[in-house]
Design a protein around this ligand. Structure first.
Ligand SMILES: [Zn+2]
Length: 200
């Protein structure tokens, strides 16, 4: 059985047969299938972003990870650090781009791919565009993470692909990839946040 969730001009198609429950107090969310255009290297690098996300959660931070890859090699890594750096703009992607800018200069982004554990928010989409990155791969779909985290969806959620379409910015976007594993991390992060701050 399938059902569809309209998202602006896009539609997510869920396959109910693959539904999983990620925790006793978490809603059951069906992981979306992998983007078939993703490669074995893409899987390997997304797995690394999940490791960074787990480390970020363990430190009480935002629970996201991002890496910059060129020619099959990791140039830089960044864990979201909004808490530890006391900087709300230090998401995985923005933190990575800020660090890479200072490390390599603008030319460091030429031909690079940005991998991120979760589909980037609008702020991070902007930073990716500002950096001139033209390939990005994400693990977990943002609306899926919202659901697992127990957050209500916006009335009109927007996906990163639509952001770039509206900006007319040329970028190859791949994802979701390994969403089931990524959503389990999201559930762990949500449980930790709940334990730290109590039920909101
Ligand atoms: Zn962000």
């Amino acid at each position: 059985m399938k059902f569809r969730m309209p998202l602006g001009r896009h539609v997510l198609v869920f396959t109910a047969s693959a539904a999983v429950c990620l925790g006793a107090d978490q809603p059951a969310v069906t992981p979306l299938p992998d983007d078939p255009a993703c490669t074995a290297d893409d899987r390997r690098f997304i797995a690394r972003t999940f490791e960074l996300a787990r480390e970020s959660t363990a430190k009480g931070d935002g629970g996201h990870g991002a890496i910059l890859v060129k020619d099959g090699k990791i140039l830089l890594e960044f864990q979201s650090a909004t808490v530890s750096m006391q900087d709300l703009t230090k998401h995985g992607e923005t933190g990575l781009i800020s660090l890479a800018s200072r490390t390599f200069g603008p030319s460091g982004f030429e031909g690079a791919t940005l991998y991120t554990s979760e589909e980037p928010c609008i702020m991070c989409c902007g930073s990716i565009r500002a950096a001139g990155i033209h390939r990005m791969v994400y693990g977990v779909t943002a609306v899926q993470a919202h659901l697992v985290g127990g957050h209500p969806l916006p009335v009109h959620p927007i996906q990163c692909r639509e952001v770039y379409e509206r900006l007319d910015y040329p970028i190859e976007v791949r994802g979701p990839l390994m969403e089931k594993e990524g959503l389990q991390l999201t559930a762990e992060h949500a449980a930790r946040q709940k334990a730290a701050h109590g039920a909101q």
